[in-house]
Design a protein around this ligand. Structure first.
Ligand SMILES: C[S@@+](CC[C@H](N)C(=O)[O-])C[C@H]1O[C@@H](n2cnc3c(N)ncnc32)[C@H](O)[C@@H]1O
Length: 228
């Protein structure tokens, strides 16, 4: 099997698992597009932080032919996988990948919107989250939107525990083998959570305003903010 086909197969495996673990996973990306109404069907420069297997890049790239997209991701494997998808969809002239971190992007290039989808979980403490939001903010035009989706909540409270159990149940009902569902749960619990109040305070401190909570399923939430 050639490398591109191999990477596409790997991408399909990642994406299929995410589909079973996150309610409405595919629709989330069109939902995000629908929130970026000011720049829809207009020429725009959009930043995807933590571009992974390229879900945002491919969905946005295919549906918004006037957009230029930049994906940044520190994982070499994810970069290879998303590049294979970009090649397959013939989006090379408008979709660029940067292997690294947001700090590696020049502050001189300003984006009209940014997304941070299922990435915040890799930022364990307040200081690192704040620095990430500030770094994104420095690269956005005033008024640009930032869309964030991730796991959230307070793992110590009963409400969270109830939703966590329901989430495992959901995965089982969606056909995920119990052992795998348990592994996904263990991995999620090792990663970082935040409360909605913490998120709103951090974003406000980093220079964002007008929060809107647009999505919720079990312990996954989505918000859109605007750069002041
Ligand atoms: C769960 S995947 C989500 C990918 C994609 N956003 C999606 O929703 O399908 C998380 C991605 O974040 C990347 N990541 C981890 N730490 C990061 C960081 N500090 N900056 C940017 N991306 C990071 C990982 O390499 C991985 O590709």
């Amino acid at each position: 099997m050639n490398q591109i086909r191999f990477d596409l197969k790997k991408a399909a495996n990642y994406d299929n698992l995410a589909r079973k673990a996150v309610f409405g996973y595919d629709q989330l990306f069109t939902m995000v597009l629908s929130l970026l109404n000011e720049i829809q069907n207009k020429p725009a420069n959009v930043l995807v932080v933590g571009s992974g297997t390229g879900m945002e890049l491919i969905t946005f790239g295919n549906l918004m032919p006037n957009w230029n997209l930049t994906g940044v991701d520190p994982s070499e494997e994810m970069i290879k996988i998303s590049q294979a998808k970009i090649d397959y969809h013939k989006l090379n002239d408008r979709v660029k990948l940067k292997h690294g971190y947001i700090d590696n992007l020049p502050e001189s290039e300003k984006f009209d919107a940014a997304t941070l989808i299922f990435v915040l979980r890799f930022f364990p403490d307040r200081k690192k989250k704040l620095s990430l939001f500030q770094n994104i903010g420095k690269r956005l035009q005033p008024g640009a939107k930032l869309v964030i989706i991730d796991q959230y909540g307070d793992p110590s409270i009963d409400h969270f525990k109830y939703l966590l159990k329901a989430w495992i149940n959901f995965m089982k009902l969606e056909g995920v083998p119990l052992e795998l569902a348990k592994r996904i749960e263990a991995q999620a619990m090792e990663q970082s959570f935040f409360t909605e109040d913490e998120l709103l305070n951090l974003l406000s401190e980093a220079g964002f305003e007008k929060p809107n909570h647009f999505y919720n399923s079990f312990m996954h939430g989505g918000w859109v903010f605007q750069k002041k």
